[in-house]
Design a protein around this ligand. Sequence first.
Ligand SMILES: Nc1ncnc2c1ncn2[C@@H]1O[C@H](COP(=O)(O)OP(=O)(O)OP(=O)(O)O)[C@@H](O)[C@H]1O
Ligand SMILES: [Mn+2]
Length: 267
Amino acid sequence: MSQGDVCDIHRVRRQRLSHTPLLGLNRAPLVVGRTVNLQKEILPVSSTKLKSTFFQRDNNTCFYGQCLYCKSEEDGVCADGEMLEGAVVLWLPRQWTFYKKHRSPWQRTYKEGKVARWEYDDTYCDTVRAVAPYDSGPRLLDLLDAVVVDYLIGNADRHHYETFANATDSMIIMLDNAKSFGNYYHDEKSILTPIKQCCLLRRTTWDRLQLLKDGVLSNVLKGILEADPLAPILIEPHLKALDRRLEHLLQELHSCVEQKSEQKVFV
Ligand SMILES: Nc1ncnc2c1ncn2[C@@H]1O[C@H](COP(=O)(O)OP(=O)(O)OP(=O)(O)O)[C@@H](O)[C@H]1O
Ligand SMILES: [Mn+2]
């Protein structure tokens, strides 16, 4: 294919992607990059506990926060003086009764030497599909859409997901995406397991993936990220990883179609 042909493909596909330029799933809160002043913007509004994790190193303000793996100054992050690159995430309404937290059936054990059932039982999807809320309604298809996103961004940490509590057929909300875009040379194939074991995907998602292949995904995403105050956000090898992983997804689904049939895989 000539360079001109590639440009034509990209132009036509971009038009067809129309108003929602990527997967169009709308599952995660809006987020934007921002340089934050730790002294002026974070310290005055932080809890006593968070405040106690702040320290100075070489005239820079640092902190290590509060989590399983952030216990001491060794785990800290340091600003450039007082300024640190970060992200502002849209905080959804505070009423906790509004959300329900669910354990992912393909959750990892997070314990060395302990394997989860999905890791050795290739019929595991049948077990999942036999019980609520995966036996009817949109939940399993939603979960498989989430797998598409997670494989692309390299997030193997979807141990839980949330839904709106007031509806039985609520969509999935993808809140915790922080373990994404790590090693751009590593493609974590185990994230694909639910798609491999279920051989199932929404047809609309499949159609979307078709429009995004051949480098359209990285191209469109790069364009979107240019509007972020901290652009480029993703460096070239991350963008390349997205296109490469999309190829893997398509291959996996093609082999599903060979095993079953198109009508059974794409619903
Ligand atoms: N944007 C948001 N709006 C409203 N609530 C949120 C938002 N992000 C996170 N939360 C709430 O905070 C909880 C913890 O968030 P998150 O899972 O991202 O943190 P975490 O430190 O990675 O937790 P874990 O150790 O469980 O993975 C969520 O389950 C949710 O209840
Ligand atoms: Mn987490």
